[in-house]
Write a protein that binds this ligand. Sequence first.
Ligand code: BGC
Length: 734
Amino acid sequence: MNFTIMAQEKTIDQKVDSLLKLMTLEEKVGQMNQYNGFWDITGPAPKEGNAAEKYEHLKKGWVGSMLNVTGTEEVRKLQKMVVEESRLGIPLIFGFDVIHGYKTLAPIPLAEAASWDMEAIEKSARIAADEASAVGLNWTFAPMVDISHDARWGRVMEGGGEDPYLGAQIAKARVNGFQGTDLSQNNTIAACAKHFAAYGFAEAGKEYNTVDIGTSTLYNMVFPPFKAAVEADVKTVMNGFNLLNGVPVTGDKNLQRNILKGTWGFDGFIISDWSSIGEMVPHGYAADLKHAAELGALAGSDMDMESYAYVTHLADNVREGKVDESILDEAVGRILRVKFELGLFDDPYRYCNPEREKSRLYHEDHQSGVLEMAQKSMVLLKNEGGLLPLKKNQPKIAVIGELANDNNSPLGSWRLGSDDNTAVTVLDGLKKYTQNLTYAKGPKVFNEDANFLNEVQVNETDRSGISEAVELAQSSDVVIMVLGEHGFQSGEARSRTKLGLPGLQLDLLKAVHKVNKNIVLVLMNGRPLTINWEAENVPAILEAWQLGSQTGNAIAKVLFGDYNPSGKLPMTFPRSVGQVPIYYNHYSTGRANEVPIVFWTHYSDEKNEPLFPFGYGLSYTTFGYSDLAIDSSNQSKIKVSATITNTGKVAGEEVVQLYIHDKVASVTRPVKELKGFQKIGLAPNESKRVEFVLTNKELGFYNHQYEFVVEPGEFGVMVGTSSGEGLIDSFVKK
Ligand code: BGC
């Protein structure tokens, strides 16, 4: 490695500049090229095909990053090859989708969002970074911060839900968790806010589909979590597969250069999504791969993930004068800076310690950390007659449903680094509390070999198993039914048009309900579901999502009252797919109020209201809200406060939520917008005064001229337990 020149340089920027001067055009393009590793890296060198070509490119210094290469041995082997055999020996950065854990899995991100607990979310990302860094990785393609209003879109499982304010807090917590306070430590990794931008607004919830949204939605709904990630110093941003208003975001100069790198001052680098540079061709935006390389580079996409566009064509584009070399210098400078910050130039093998690898994976601290996170992520949707928590000496419990005994599905969809079949099942979790339970699987629901790459098969016809489950329910005192989606039914490329329980699960539930009404329904799913019949007829419903490695232990603790549920929905639950997109922070129409004739905003066959609103969630105790007060004497710090009292019999936690409504504005504002929340713990009969401060940051919005404005006038205020219910008042902003 010829880095003597750099020894004299003091700052990272100076080092980057010196290094850039040493690089040939091809080496610069190389830094902008990321390859997927798919061959047996520790085996003999590949002799032919794609792998052989990648191998050669690595040696030539034509590769800046690898994805999907993991394990200290594998990473070390490739790093060594590049550092020792390529001309300049610039170390690789190793990326991977560490979405909610590496081996030890936390709940899926949507579930974590339901905790509204930023400290816990940050800790969860910290655990993920600790394990990922132990296998040689130094970069995760997370957090996904795409806001979405559409439960049909499978990737809602990977995000923070529907709200930009909550989403921004979560983005910050996750970035801080992954990156820690010192990126050069061997247990911190670079984060990646994705997918810039608006991927979550895919038309009809259909994967990879067109997005067409206006300025207000883009600036006020989509951008806030990305902006928060940049403010938290996120090191990388990923663009996306989608068109945004006619332009693929990967080729969108305004988004990437003007807004992200320009106005927001993002100083890390932008990675394309998988082959999204090449996909500008089928989008009808680029004529061919060479043109796509030109458009991607000009638009500010710094690194090409697996589309071979840059490595094949970018140097020619420069030689032909289509792309100025300064564009490459800028991109490479950004990439090198992150590598310096990770400490890779000081020690390229910083993340390759086999001892550390052995000791960190599935570490018991990680197990207890994700268990805690899983407890906090559950949302109690209904608890009629206090059926929950179950008494520890409950007489006879029936546990019903294929998912109750599934140790794979609760791991969710994005768990590429983990081991299959490693979740604690609900059944095993419950057995730690009581032996007095009997299990019936019910009808088959999913194919056993469901996996990341293929469509999940759902049984719609074979009813065997229902009668056995009904018999068991008949002779039991209480029935725990574990129903829902398979972990591989949500995630990338898992759009669905039906949001009810898949297969024969509702039939099973109805059949059981006929003989025993004492049902606790435990739901496992990666997105909001339409569960109207269930909500109407089943006395207790616990939303458990996909909770990761410690699923069964966490659920058992909640069902038996060792943890009092405190989660709140981060996404609206619709009554019917026809209501989707449905979200609490919508705009008013000109005909929002009901009139005796038909000409008002409504459906002929469905209510306007959702089944469960954003922010909703119960507890084993109850909370009273009183004495809402607003002090607007200091107009730059308007204080809103209310008293919250635990009016029930057990200690519990409540997420107190503050919503505002800017009643008249030059660009109409939503009927409600979350602008603050606090999670507080209260003993029975205890009260706390909770105070929020509203500054211009919370009261303003972006108008059509892309300006952030705070307009005078009346603001409605609601402090409550969900977006659907609270104490209401207003103040005037002068
Ligand atoms: C996804 C990204 C992911 C990438 C690498 C793509 O299909 O959209 O979110 O990071 O693959 O696995």
